[in-house]
Write a protein that binds this ligand. Structure first.
Ligand SMILES: [Fe+2]
Ligand SMILES: [Fe+2]
Length: 615
């Protein structure tokens, strides 16, 4: 036996880890009992994380860094590992681990001219790469779809399965998240289109190939839609001045697939989800190209039926059509504001309970749709309603994140109280207030701080599925994804942050809490604002909670508060604010914070695990 772990062990551990988060307590259980159990779970999580790291050290790292060379037996084991993460060829668990396996396996199979396996890996690799790239705003085209082009000239010789896999990968060739490259797409497209058409010709009438062609078509449509939206002119209900669209080119991109679909979409595509998706796209394209009116598009869409079977299609599709629908309402619907609002809110209320349920399932496939939904909700809900919605999402999706945000709120609140008492001038300028205003509006300032703290990690909703099992060592890709969470505040909460001073403050706290106090380090590279004093407080509260959590974080015992205060003071003026660190170091404040991170933390954990909420 060359490997000490079985290839499916990683997935088993992963599932066990996730199941630990699902633990339920009853309100009648005592606090001691609950906290004891949570600590046990934490310990178990740490053990699992260690095992996962061991598996990665054995299965992946030696081949990545070249200390071991893959041979046929190894490849079989790695491939079995990959299959466990990507049952049915779709990556369902641990996207970045799957991508690493794909890269190793691709170069092995390609190197030994194993065409069948190379093409299989191209398809899975494409799937993984696409999911990661969405979260990273990666520049340029994807690696695996591009590699798949190599096999197009021999398409005719491939087996039907190989043709499917290859085509599946290649159909994403045009897919890119790089907005700057949109311009290049129409130039690249003619050659791609020729390739696709000739492959379809070779493959004949086989439904699967056609279905893939529609995925490709869907990509084209969404890219065209994105280009159009990027140029949108609000006075024209979101439609750009027609002259600015290269109509001939778009028409060409759309014509043949539209012709293929014809009236027979249901029969040809076979898969209800794709059929409906394509119909939606087609309708939207016709509207963009001025062939039908907005009302005609809505009417057509209303006729699209949601399939009852299979059940998960129904759920995804219902969510998708809602998201699509309400985003179209927000962008294009030429009705009154009130009417738009009413329509959108109806849809949101209908779908919300389902979305919460899906969020709990932590299935990678759902997550992206949920985000689209959440972001749309923020366009319609009032700020305070959205705030409540987000908190609900957090409780459902990630209790640890919820506990962390509550703790950051408690610590920030306490720090702010002391700053208001002892050094109110420090807050001058926050939210456009001067010191006098702040002193006479103490309650308001504290309430705003509570909200800012509760929302500081709101951007993590955009990456929970990618890094939720994050106790193992993270990859560079994953670190770069995590670092996008401050910026993601603007995706999750798509409100107009310039509109109100309070919203701006909220945005700044989420955006800048990992940026150094002196603006010389951390991320993202965005300058501080007049709200920096609030950011300073949250930044210290954030580090303090993360470093001292001895219940929820499976890192073993948390750090000592006095050591931490020492670190804050040492980095005062650079990483942290010297003023806030100074206030924290006073005995009275230090003792009160210490109480928060010990007894009070137990209380927060207890109430959230046993009662599901902590308001
Ligand atoms: Fe954060
Ligand atoms: Fe945080």
């Amino acid at each position: 036996m060359r490997f000490t772990h079985e290839p499916d062990e990683y997935l088993k551990n992963y599932k066990e880890y996730d199941a630990l988060d699902e633990i339920k307590f009853l309100p009648e259980q005592s606090k001691e009992e609950v906290i004891g159990k949570l600590k046990e779970i934490s310990f178990r999580k740490k053990e699992i994380a260690q095992k996962q790291n061991d598996i990665i050290s054995e299965y992946i790292e030696p081949f990545e860094n070249g200390t071991k060379t893959l041979d046929a037996d190894d490849a079989e084991m790695l491939h079995a590992f990959l299959r466990s993460l990507a049952p049915k060829g779709t990556v369902t668990f641990e996207v970045s681990v799957a991508l690493r396996l794909c890269r190793i396996l691709y170069s092995y199979y390609h190197g030994i001219n194993d065409r069948e396996h190379t093409i299989q890996i191209l398809a899975i690799g494409t799937n993984a790469e696409m999911r990661l790239s969405i979260r990273q705003s990666k520049k340029g085209f994807l690696e695996f779809p591009k590699l798949s082009e190599e096999y197009l000239p021999v398409f005719e010789e491939l087996t039907p399965d190989e043709q499917n896999d290859l085509f599946n990968a290649y159909s994403y060739c045009i897919y890119t998240t790089d907005k700057e490259n949109y311009k290049k797409i129409p130039q690249l497209y003619p050659k791609m289109y020729e390739n696709i058409i000739s492959c379809v010709r070779i493959a004949g009438d086989r439904a699967r190939i056609k279905q893939i062609m529609y995925i490709h078509f869907g990509n084209v449509c969404s890219i065209v839609g994105d280009i159009i939206r990027a140029n949108a002119d609000e006075s024209n209900h979101g439609r750009p001045p027609v002259a600015e669209i290269d109509k001939v080119m778009f028409r060409k991109m759309l014509d043949a697939p539209l012709h293929e679909i014809g009236e027979n979409a249901d029969n040809v595509i076979g898969d209800p989800f794709n059929t409906l998706l394509i119909k939606l796209h087609v309708n939207a394209m016709r509207y963009y190209l001025d062939e039908i009116s907005f009302d005609e598009m809505c009417e057509e869409n209303d006729h699209i039926r949601i399939p009852e079977e299979p059940a998960d299609f129904k759920v995804i599709f219902d969510l998708l059509i809602t998201t699509y629908y309400i985003s179209n309402i927000s962008c294009f619907r030429p009705y009154s504001q009130e009417e738009n609002m009413r329509l959108a809110l109806n849809e949101i209320d209908r779908v919300m309970p389902m979305v919460l349920e899906m969020k709990k399932q932590k299935d990678d496939r759902f997550s992206y749709f949920i985000l689209g939904f959440l972001s749309n909700v923020s366009l319609f809900r009032s700020a305070s309603e959205f705030y409540d919605n987000v908190l609900d999402f957090t409780v459902f999706a990630d209790k640890a994140l919820y506990i962390h945000t509550v703790m950051v709120r408690e610590i920030s609140h306490l720090l702010l109280e002391h700053i208001l008492d002892e050094y109110p001038e420090y807050l001058n300028g926050v939210c456009g207030w001067d010191t006098d205003h702040i002193l006479t509006h103490r309650k308001e300032a504290l309430e705003l701080m509570d909200k800012c703290a509760m929302c500081h990690d709101i951007g993590k909703h955009f990456l929970i599925d990618i890094v939720s099992n994050s106790s193992r060592r993270l990859t560079e890709d994953e670190f770069s994804i995590i670092k996008t969470h401050p910026v993601n505040v603007e995706i999750v909460w798509a409100m107009d942050f310039e509109g109100s001073e309070e919203h701006k403050c909220l945005r700044d706290c989420a955006m800048l809490h990992h940026r150094w106090h002196n603006g010389q380090g951390g991320y993202p590279d965005v300058p501080h604002t007049k709200n920096r004093p609030f950011v300073d407080i949250i930044s210290i509260a954030d580090s303090l909670d993360a470093a001292t959590d001895f219940i929820g974080r499976p890192y073993g015992k948390g750090k000592n508060i006095d050591d931490l205060i020492g670190e804050f003071l040492e980095m005062g003026g650079t990483r942290y604010s010297m003023e806030v660190a100074g206030i924290l170091s006073k005995d009275e404040v230090r003792n009160a914070v210490n109480e928060l991170i010990t007894e009070h933390r137990e209380e927060v954990n207890y109430r959230i695990y046993a009662f599901n909420h902590y308001k």
